[in-house]
Ligand binder design. Structure first.
Ligand code: CTP
Ligand code: CA
Length: 227
């Protein structure tokens, strides 16, 4: 029934969605990660499939059940996500990067459990590759790149910086300090920025509706280009 009521405006398009956190191992029993439930990314994958897209979902560990008719590509580290996203990204009409990628990983991965010793422990971190920035550099003619940004302050400035720096078409920003827009919840409230300076605010809604709201903009952009 849902399918009959949902516009098939992404039919035939390949949509790549990333979701969830990445995990950066420190030793065999510990890792660094980001706060991300994966719910927004999974909602986007489900909504895109409902609208007729062929969806590949590259996901960090979330414990969520993948939506029906979506190809799940599970990953753990940012480096693994980078490899899978670049592989699938070249053929995608639309790439939506909802994943919370760890910016840094431990410089050294200890092959033994690190034992408790001194009162302080210093861990050196090294920067992970920026997956979205790399997609922006490789962007094919007509491809639509959508980034996410969870911010706690200066939302508009940070959002526009990321949009331009990473060569994106749309950036979805959410102020994680707003009630109902934080981590883990089933709702979200976002502002969507376009590369021509357009800005739209969506109301606080469940993540499934937010996903369709984002895809409405993606679809509009895609169809305005192909005519
Ligand atoms: N992103 C990515 N690869 C990274 C870091 C981020 O692909 N190594 C993507 C995220 O999936 C998101 C967008 O870039 O779509 C913005 O992520 P964000 O963490 O807000 O931006 P950063 O450029 O990492 O800047 P900062 O964390 O300093 O705000
Ligand atoms: Ca970051």
């Amino acid at each position: 029934i849902t399918k009959q009521l949902t516009p098939q405006d992404l039919a035939g398009l390949m949509v790549l969605v990333t979701a969830g956190p990445t995990r950066e191992p420190l030793d065999p029993v510990r890792y660094l990660t980001n706060r991300s439930s994966g719910k927004m990314g999974y909602a986007l994958a489900r909504a895109a499939a409902q609208r007729g897209a062929r969806v590949v979902l590259v996901s960090g560990p979330t414990g969520l059940t993948p939506p029906p008719e979506v190809q799940l590509v599970p990953v753990e580290t940012a480096q693994e996500m980078y490899e899978q996203v670049l592989q699938y990204g070249s053929g995608a009409a639309v790439v939506i990067k909802a994943a919370a990628v760890a910016d840094y990983r431990p410089l050294q991965l200890s092959d033994q459990k690190i034992k408790k010793k001194d009162t302080q422990l210093t861990v050196q971190l090294t920067q992970n590759p920026d997956i979205l920035a790399e997609l922006g550099r490789r962007k094919a003619q007509g491809q639509i790149l959508v980034g996410f940004a969870a911010e706690t302050c200066n939302l508009q400035k940070n959002a526009l910086d990321k949009l331009h720096r990473k060569n994106l078409d749309l950036l979805v920003a959410n102020d994680v300090t707003l009630p109902g827009a934080g981590f883990d919840g089933d709702t979200n409230q976002v502002r969507i920025f376009g590369s021509q300076g357009q800005e739209e605010s969506l109301p606080l809604m469940n993540k499934h509706k937010v996903a369709h709201g984002i895809l409405d903009r993606v679809s509009r952009l895609y169809h305005s280009r192909v005519g």
